[in-house]
Structure formats: structure tokens, C-alpha cells
Design a protein around this ligand. Structure first.
Ligand code: MN
Length: 238
């Protein structure tokens, strides 16, 4: 392989397959989020939480999870399903829906609800009460190469999560042949910039206000120190 070919294949390493069929199967294998696919009735099924509502306590209370998953997340799914049915749109995958809507001047409401359904499911799956406290293997090595170590990554993620002005998300993404930390506003998703999401932290106030009030840094620290599902992040990297 020539150097140019090698560089090209490394650059395409983080490509994220969006859509239905084979591509969706590949997405499911990468991110364990098969439920992003449309349900049998043509809508998107709200994926069950992968743990009990009280499993993230004391870092995130059952009360917060009850509202954030049971009300907020469910509402995004209900709304996107209603809009898809009303507009007669294909519902191959949430990513396909929000990426298509993002390109249309009249697509804002569909974009917001489909992207928020995706973002929240990605968030819930990225948390776990009992996972390893630090990444290992290939993921750890990519973190070392991209940030200079796990502590430096946590520092960057914290800075992104704390400094996001207003509602939004902090993300660990893969772009080309390296990892990056990015933040997005409101419902925006890194896939819009062809960055592959590996982990996200919800920094909308509804994610932490019942437990931490205005202390967003304490919520972010609790998540990063105790709840990140590093095994899933590694699986997302592939
Ligand atoms: Mn949220």
C-alpha cells in the first residue's frame, strides 16, 4: 500500500454508516444502538433504559432519570413519530431523518426532535453504573495519541461541557484518524460535520438541575468519574 492509500484508509476509519439495511446493521454493531432503527409500525421505538431508573444514583437520581428518560426522551420519540407519520416520510434511521431535515429550510422541528431522540439514546447507552473507571486497550491508546492521556481527555470534556453556553451537548468524537472533543448547541449532532460520536454528555439543565441545581461542573465530574460506559465507547470506536 502506498503512503497515500494508507493515509486515505486511516482517514476513512471513522466513517459512520448512516441509513438503512447494511449500513444500519453496521451502525448497530458499532454503537449497540439497534433501536435507532424504525420499529415495526414504522415509527421509532423508545429503547428501554439499559439499567434501572435508580441505578445511576447517587450521581444521577432516580427522580432525574424518571423525568429525563420517562418524559423528555419519550416526548422526542413521540413527536418525531407523529411528524414522520403526518409528513409521510421514510423512517429508516433517526440519523437519516435528522440529517435530511437539517438540509431543509422547513425541517427545523423534525430535525430537533429526531436529533434529540438520537442524542438522548446515545447518552443513556453511554452511561452505566458498573463499568470500568477508565478506558483500556485500543481506545486508551487513541486517547493517549489524541490528547496526551486520560486525565487530559477528562479535562477537555469537562471544559467543553461546562463552557457550552445554554443547552447542548459535549461529545467525544472520532474524526479522520484521531479523537476530538466537541460541543454542540441545542439538538445539534457531530454527524452533521461528519464526526463519528463515541460518547456524549447532556448539558441541558433538565439533565442535572433536580440533583445539582446550577452546579453543572459537579454533574459533569460525577458523570466522568463514575458513570461513563467506557466499554461502549470502545465498541463505538470499533
Ligand atoms: Mn436531555
Amino acid at each position: 500500500m502506498t503512503q497515500a492509500q494508507n493515509s486515505l484508509s486511516r482517514r476513512s476509519f471513522c466513517k459512520y454508516a448512516v441509513g438503512a439495511g447494511v449500513a444500519l446493521a453496521s451502525l448497530s454493531a458499532l454503537s449497540s444502538v439497534a433501536a435507532f432503527a424504525a420499529g415495526p409500525a414504522g415509527g421509532f421505538a423508545l429503547p428501554p433504559l439499559p439499567y434501572a431508573e435508580n441505578a445511576l444514583a447517587p450521581h444521577i437520581s432516580a427522580n432525574t432519570v424518571g423525568f429525563h428518560y420517562g418524559k423528555h426522551t419519550k416526548a422526542y420519540y413521540d413527536t418525531v413519530n407523529k411528524m414522520i407519520a403526518e409528513q409521510g416520510r421514510a423512517a429508516d434511521s433517526l440519523e437519516a431523518v435528522f440529517l435530511e431535515a437539517a438540509g431543509r429550510p422547513d425541517g427545523a422541528a423534525l430535525f430537533n426532535n429526531a436529533a434529540q431522540a438520537f442524542n438522548h439514546t446515545f447518552y443513556w447507552k453511554g452511561l452505566t453504573p458498573g463499568g470500568p473507571k477508565a478506558p483500556g486497550g485500543k481506545l486508551a491508546s487513541w486517547i493517549d495519541q489524541s490528547f496526551g492521556g486520560f486525565d487530559a481527555l477528562k479535562k477537555e470534556l469537562t471544559a467543553a461541557a461546562v463552557s457550552q453556553f445554554g443547552s447542548g451537548w459535549a461529545w467525544l468524537v472520532c474524526e479522520g484518524d484521531r479523537l476530538r472533543v466537541v460541543k454542540t448547541s441545542n439538538a445539534e449532532n457531530p454527524l452533521q460535520k461528519e464526526q463519528k460520536p463515541l460518547l456524549t454528555i447532556d448539558v441541558w439543565e433538565h439533565a442535572y438541575y433536580l440533583d445539582y441545581q446550577n452546579r453543572r461542573p459537579d454533574y459533569v465530574k460525577a458523570v466522568l468519574d463514575n458513570l461513563v460506559n467506557w466499554d461502549l465507547v470502545a465498541a463505538n470506536l470499533g
